[in-house]
Design a protein around this ligand. Structure first.
Ligand code: ADP
Length: 305
């Protein structure tokens, strides 16, 4: 296996009684990458992350970190990972520095003042290091959470929805921080439901739905497929969608209220227009929808979710 693959899962599966939360999940994340892990609520993202962090055991399949099996090398491998999972909780009446010292102790690391200064500097909180956390904004607390994940100099950090609940300024700061971290050689595994975020930050991504992998690959390559999604404003969208479904050049089509979204190659747009007009439909507008959101919807739509 390629030694630059820092995180690998093979047929990873987790069953809870009769719920299959994650099924046959194959992922690989390269060193230095910002990897986007996308999926709607209940898709299995948290369950996957909990398995990656050794918090729950897989029912089946394999996890390899830095080319070694997690099962047989837990302590060593988990020591090379940092994580920000859910909302980080801090002692509000203590300073950021004191919080990091306590966290280091709790995770069996001797608090190293230089390491604490280093991580606070990375997240631009060194000047506030001795202020009580209760005086921090939500964005600053989230950055402190990233600082906590960076303690001990991990090679890989796993961030679960790191921008959730932040205002636009906070979101921008976290995104810039993540990009800087990757530029310094850190590998970032980022779960997000904000598809735009993945489009902006990640080089590679995986989308999961109902515990199963939907796509895995380069964000640019996946988005640059020669098929595009178009929103077609049309009367009788349900009937128009039914008609288009019968054509083999239509990859997917979905009726919404007042419009359809259709996935076709650009050169088929005149063919589609002619077909609809000749069949008595009125077209009011055709708009290309080249965003990850729509790409994601089209994937799920094609899957009939
Ligand atoms: P996501 O993080 O993508 O929202 P989760 O991993 O939390 O998804 O959940 C995936 C599925 O597994 C859901 O159907 C959820 O209800 C189920 N699930 C998660 N944890 C448990 C558990 N401890 N016991 C039973 N079912 C669970």
């Amino acid at each position: 296996m390629n030694s630059d693959i820092v995180l690998y899962t093979g047929r990873l599966t987790k069953r809870f009684k009769n719920v299959i939360a994650v099924e046959d999940l194959d992922l690989s994340v390269s060193r230095g990458d910002i990897f986007g892990f996308l999926g709607p609520n209940g898709a299995g993202k948290s369950t996957t992350i909990r398995m990656l962090l050794g918090l729950i055991r897989p029912t089946d399949g394999e996890i390899r970190l830095f080319n070694r099996s997690l099962e047989n090398n837990r302590k060593d491998l988990l020591g090379r990972i940092g994580a920000l999972v859910e909302k980080p909780s801090f002692y509000n009446y203590l300073s950021a520095r004191r919080n990091l010292e306590i966290f280091a102790t709790l995770t069996n690391r001797r608090p190293d003042p230089r390491d604490i200064d280093r991580v606070l500097d990375i997240v631009a909180l060194l000047h506030r290091a001795d202020d009580k956390v209760k005086t921090y904004s939500h964005g600053m607390k989230q950055r402190l959470g990233v600082a906590q994940a960076l303690l001990g100099n991990p090679e890989l950090i796993i961030l679960d929805e790191p921008t959730a609940g932040l205002d636009p300024k906070g979101i921008k700061e976290i995104r810039r921080l993540i990009i800087e971290l990757a530029q310094q050689g850190l590998t970032v595994f980022l779960s997000s439901h904000i598809l735009h975020e993945v489009e902006q930050m990640c080089r590679n991504m995986a989308i999961i739905n109902k515990g199963r992998l939907v796509v895995h690959g380069g964000v640019k390559e996946l988005l640059n497929s020669d098929s595009d999604i178009f929103s077609v404003k049309v009367d009788r969208p349900g009937e128009a969608a039914d008609l288009l479904k019968t054509r083999e050049w239509v990859e997917s089509v979905e009726a919404l209220s007042g419009a359809i979204t259709v996935k076709i190659k650009e050169q088929q747009v005149p063919v589609m227009t002619e077909l609809l007009v000749q069949s008595g439909f009125h077209i009011f507008a055709i708009q290309p929808q080249r965003s990850l959101e729509n790409y994601f919807l089209s994937l799920l739509g094609a899957d009939n979710v």
